[in-house]
Design a protein around this ligand. Structure first.
Ligand SMILES: O=C(CO)[C@H](O)[C@H](O)COP(=O)(O)O
Length: 232
Protein backbone atom coordinates (compact mmCIF):
# COMPACT_ATOMS: atom_id res chain seq x y z
CA UNK A 1 0.00 0.00 0.00
CA UNK A 2 1.44 3.39 -0.92
CA UNK A 3 1.72 6.38 1.43
CA UNK A 4 -1.15 8.25 -0.25
CA UNK A 5 -3.53 5.34 0.33
CA UNK A 6 -2.54 5.24 4.01
CA UNK A 7 -3.30 8.96 4.32
CA UNK A 8 -6.69 8.39 2.66
CA UNK A 9 -7.40 5.53 5.07
CA UNK A 10 -6.55 7.69 8.10
CA UNK A 11 -8.73 10.51 6.73
CA UNK A 12 -11.58 8.08 6.07
CA UNK A 13 -11.43 6.79 9.65
CA UNK A 14 -11.44 10.39 10.93
CA UNK A 15 -14.69 11.06 9.08
CA UNK A 16 -16.33 8.64 11.52
CA UNK A 17 -15.76 11.25 14.26
CA UNK A 18 -17.54 14.01 12.35
CA UNK A 19 -21.18 14.55 13.30
CA UNK A 20 -23.90 16.58 11.65
CA UNK A 21 -23.83 20.21 12.78
CA UNK A 22 -20.21 20.16 13.96
CA UNK A 23 -17.92 23.18 13.92
CA UNK A 24 -14.68 21.78 12.52
CA UNK A 25 -11.09 22.98 12.51
CA UNK A 26 -9.55 21.84 9.24
CA UNK A 27 -5.81 21.20 9.12
CA UNK A 28 -3.12 21.77 6.51
CA UNK A 29 -0.95 19.37 4.50
CA UNK A 30 -1.37 16.43 2.19
CA UNK A 31 -3.14 14.22 4.78
CA UNK A 32 -5.52 16.99 5.82
CA UNK A 33 -6.27 17.55 2.14
CA UNK A 34 -7.34 13.91 1.75
CA UNK A 35 -9.70 14.57 4.65
CA UNK A 36 -11.08 17.69 2.93
CA UNK A 37 -11.78 15.68 -0.25
CA UNK A 38 -13.70 13.01 1.69
CA UNK A 39 -15.50 15.61 3.78
CA UNK A 40 -16.58 17.45 0.63
CA UNK A 41 -18.24 14.26 -0.65
CA UNK A 42 -20.19 13.97 2.61
CA UNK A 43 -21.17 17.64 2.45
CA UNK A 44 -22.41 17.09 -1.10
CA UNK A 45 -24.46 14.21 0.31
CA UNK A 46 -26.14 16.44 2.92
CA UNK A 47 -23.81 16.52 5.95
CA UNK A 48 -23.97 19.97 7.56
CA UNK A 49 -20.68 21.23 8.99
CA UNK A 50 -18.94 24.57 9.26
CA UNK A 51 -15.18 24.55 8.86
CA UNK A 52 -12.44 26.89 10.02
CA UNK A 53 -9.35 26.42 7.82
CA UNK A 54 -5.84 26.53 9.30
CA UNK A 55 -4.24 28.05 6.18
CA UNK A 56 -5.00 29.93 3.00
CA UNK A 57 -4.07 26.75 1.12
CA UNK A 58 -6.69 24.70 2.96
CA UNK A 59 -9.24 27.50 2.56
CA UNK A 60 -8.74 27.46 -1.23
CA UNK A 61 -9.28 23.70 -1.43
CA UNK A 62 -12.41 23.88 0.76
CA UNK A 63 -13.89 26.66 -1.39
CA UNK A 64 -13.08 24.71 -4.57
CA UNK A 65 -14.77 21.56 -3.23
CA UNK A 66 -17.74 23.25 -1.59
CA UNK A 67 -16.94 22.78 2.11
CA UNK A 68 -18.64 25.69 3.97
CA UNK A 69 -16.16 27.93 5.76
CA UNK A 70 -16.26 30.46 8.56
CA UNK A 71 -13.47 32.48 10.13
CA UNK A 72 -12.30 31.67 13.64
CA UNK A 73 -13.70 35.02 14.77
CA UNK A 74 -17.13 33.97 13.51
CA UNK A 75 -16.79 30.54 15.16
CA UNK A 76 -14.41 31.08 18.11
CA UNK A 77 -15.21 27.71 19.72
CA UNK A 78 -14.95 24.51 17.72
CA UNK A 79 -16.05 20.95 18.38
CA UNK A 80 -13.24 19.10 16.65
CA UNK A 81 -10.04 19.83 14.73
CA UNK A 82 -8.69 17.24 12.32
CA UNK A 83 -5.09 17.80 11.21
CA UNK A 84 -1.96 15.99 10.09
CA UNK A 85 1.43 15.95 11.79
CA UNK A 86 5.10 15.59 10.94
CA UNK A 87 5.79 13.42 14.00
CA UNK A 88 3.61 11.79 16.66
CA UNK A 89 4.97 10.15 19.80
CA UNK A 90 3.31 7.62 22.10
CA UNK A 91 1.86 10.37 24.35
CA UNK A 92 0.45 12.09 21.23
CA UNK A 93 2.89 14.97 21.48
CA UNK A 94 3.51 16.28 17.98
CA UNK A 95 5.88 18.11 15.74
CA UNK A 96 3.90 20.16 13.24
CA UNK A 97 4.65 22.96 10.82
CA UNK A 98 6.26 21.15 7.89
CA UNK A 99 3.63 22.88 5.75
CA UNK A 100 4.30 26.21 7.43
CA UNK A 101 0.86 26.58 9.02
CA UNK A 102 1.77 25.82 12.65
CA UNK A 103 0.61 29.12 14.16
CA UNK A 104 -2.93 28.96 12.80
CA UNK A 105 -2.98 25.20 13.39
CA UNK A 106 -2.15 25.70 17.06
CA UNK A 107 -4.65 28.53 17.52
CA UNK A 108 -7.42 26.51 15.84
CA UNK A 109 -6.58 23.32 17.78
CA UNK A 110 -6.58 25.30 21.05
CA UNK A 111 -10.02 26.65 20.24
CA UNK A 112 -11.35 23.11 19.76
CA UNK A 113 -12.85 20.78 22.32
CA UNK A 114 -10.83 17.93 20.74
CA UNK A 115 -7.93 17.59 18.32
CA UNK A 116 -7.71 14.46 16.18
CA UNK A 117 -4.46 13.77 14.32
CA UNK A 118 -4.38 11.77 11.11
CA UNK A 119 -1.14 10.31 9.80
CA UNK A 120 0.47 7.38 8.11
CA UNK A 121 2.64 5.20 10.32
CA UNK A 122 5.92 6.74 9.09
CA UNK A 123 5.07 9.69 11.39
CA UNK A 124 4.98 7.61 14.57
CA UNK A 125 8.20 7.96 16.61
CA UNK A 126 9.46 7.01 20.03
CA UNK A 127 11.06 10.41 20.72
CA UNK A 128 10.29 13.61 18.81
CA UNK A 129 13.05 15.29 16.84
CA UNK A 130 14.11 13.36 13.74
CA UNK A 131 11.99 15.89 11.83
CA UNK A 132 13.50 19.39 12.07
CA UNK A 133 11.42 21.49 14.49
CA UNK A 134 9.73 24.47 12.77
CA UNK A 135 10.01 27.66 14.83
CA UNK A 136 8.01 30.64 13.54
CA UNK A 137 9.66 34.00 14.22
CA UNK A 138 8.94 37.64 13.63
CA UNK A 139 11.09 38.93 10.73
CA UNK A 140 12.12 41.89 12.91
CA UNK A 141 15.34 40.94 14.66
CA UNK A 142 15.38 37.41 13.30
CA UNK A 143 19.19 37.24 13.62
CA UNK A 144 18.94 38.04 17.36
CA UNK A 145 16.06 35.61 17.77
CA UNK A 146 18.18 32.91 16.13
CA UNK A 147 20.95 33.48 18.70
CA UNK A 148 18.42 33.41 21.55
CA UNK A 149 16.99 30.11 20.28
CA UNK A 150 20.48 28.60 19.96
CA UNK A 151 21.42 29.67 23.51
CA UNK A 152 18.13 28.35 24.92
CA UNK A 153 18.52 25.04 23.13
CA UNK A 154 22.10 24.70 24.26
CA UNK A 155 21.07 25.20 27.93
CA UNK A 156 18.77 22.20 27.41
CA UNK A 157 21.61 20.16 25.88
CA UNK A 158 20.35 20.56 22.32
CA UNK A 159 22.53 21.66 19.43
CA UNK A 160 22.02 21.70 15.70
CA UNK A 161 21.54 23.87 12.68
CA UNK A 162 18.75 26.43 12.39
CA UNK A 163 17.86 26.82 8.72
CA UNK A 164 15.82 29.82 7.63
CA UNK A 165 13.14 28.23 5.44
CA UNK A 166 13.30 29.22 1.79
CA UNK A 167 10.69 29.19 -0.95
CA UNK A 168 11.72 29.54 -4.59
CA UNK A 169 14.21 32.39 -4.76
CA UNK A 170 13.33 33.99 -1.45
CA UNK A 171 12.58 33.47 2.22
CA UNK A 172 9.41 31.50 2.96
CA UNK A 173 6.78 33.61 4.70
CA UNK A 174 3.83 32.18 6.58
CA UNK A 175 0.19 33.22 6.15
CA UNK A 176 0.84 35.58 9.07
CA UNK A 177 3.89 37.18 7.38
CA UNK A 178 6.48 35.50 9.62
CA UNK A 179 9.65 33.47 8.93
CA UNK A 180 10.36 29.88 9.94
CA UNK A 181 13.60 28.40 11.29
CA UNK A 182 13.76 24.63 10.85
CA UNK A 183 15.82 23.49 13.84
CA UNK A 184 17.69 20.19 13.47
CA UNK A 185 18.16 19.48 17.16
CA UNK A 186 17.88 15.72 16.82
CA UNK A 187 16.05 13.80 19.54
CA UNK A 188 14.25 16.07 22.01
CA UNK A 189 14.07 14.19 25.33
CA UNK A 190 12.11 16.91 27.17
CA UNK A 191 9.78 18.49 24.61
CA UNK A 192 7.75 20.18 27.34
CA UNK A 193 10.79 22.08 28.65
CA UNK A 194 11.85 23.10 25.15
CA UNK A 195 8.32 24.28 24.39
CA UNK A 196 8.23 26.39 27.55
CA UNK A 197 11.65 27.93 26.92
CA UNK A 198 10.95 28.73 23.26
CA UNK A 199 7.68 30.41 24.24
CA UNK A 200 9.66 32.73 26.52
CA UNK A 201 11.78 34.17 23.66
CA UNK A 202 10.19 37.46 22.50
CA UNK A 203 10.88 37.04 18.75
CA UNK A 204 9.46 33.52 18.67
CA UNK A 205 5.86 33.75 17.47
CA UNK A 206 5.12 30.01 17.90
CA UNK A 207 6.82 26.65 17.48
CA UNK A 208 5.79 23.27 16.14
CA UNK A 209 5.74 21.32 19.41
CA UNK A 210 2.12 20.47 20.21
CA UNK A 211 2.17 19.14 23.76
CA UNK A 212 -0.97 17.69 25.38
CA UNK A 213 -3.15 19.03 22.59
CA UNK A 214 -4.17 15.95 20.59
CA UNK A 215 -6.82 13.74 22.19
CA UNK A 216 -6.72 11.05 19.50
CA UNK A 217 -4.48 9.98 16.64
CA UNK A 218 -5.51 7.76 13.77
CA UNK A 219 -2.39 6.09 12.42
CA UNK A 220 -2.74 4.20 9.17
CA UNK A 221 -0.41 1.41 8.08
CA UNK A 222 -0.54 -1.38 5.50
CA UNK A 223 -2.56 -3.55 7.91
CA UNK A 224 -5.20 -0.87 8.56
CA UNK A 225 -5.82 2.21 10.69
CA UNK A 226 -5.53 2.18 14.48
CA UNK A 227 -6.60 4.80 16.96
CA UNK A 228 -4.32 5.96 19.75
CA UNK A 229 -5.76 7.84 22.68
CA UNK A 230 -3.90 10.41 24.79
CA UNK A 231 -3.43 9.33 28.40
CA UNK A 232 -5.41 11.54 30.77
O1 LIG B 1 1.85 20.68 10.26
C1 LIG B 1 1.51 20.63 9.10
C2 LIG B 1 1.43 21.83 8.24
O2 LIG B 1 1.91 22.98 8.89
C3 LIG B 1 1.12 19.33 8.50
O3 LIG B 1 0.08 18.80 9.23
C4 LIG B 1 2.30 18.41 8.53
O4 LIG B 1 3.37 19.04 7.83
C5 LIG B 1 1.98 17.06 7.88
O5 LIG B 1 1.77 17.22 6.52
P1 LIG B 1 1.52 15.97 5.57
O6 LIG B 1 0.18 15.44 5.92
O7 LIG B 1 1.61 16.57 4.18
O8 LIG B 1 2.64 14.99 5.82
Amino acid sequence: MDARQMKINAAQAALGHVEDGMRLGIGTGSTAEEFVRLLAEKVAGGLRVEGVPTSERTARLCVELGVPLKSLDELPELDLTIDGADEVDGQLCLIKGGGGALLREKIVASASARMLVIADESKLVETLGAFALPIEVNPFGQASTRIAIEKTASRLGLTGELKLRQSGDGIFTTDGGHYIFDASFGRIPDAEALSRELNAIPGVVEHGLFINMAALAIIAGPAGARTLQAKK
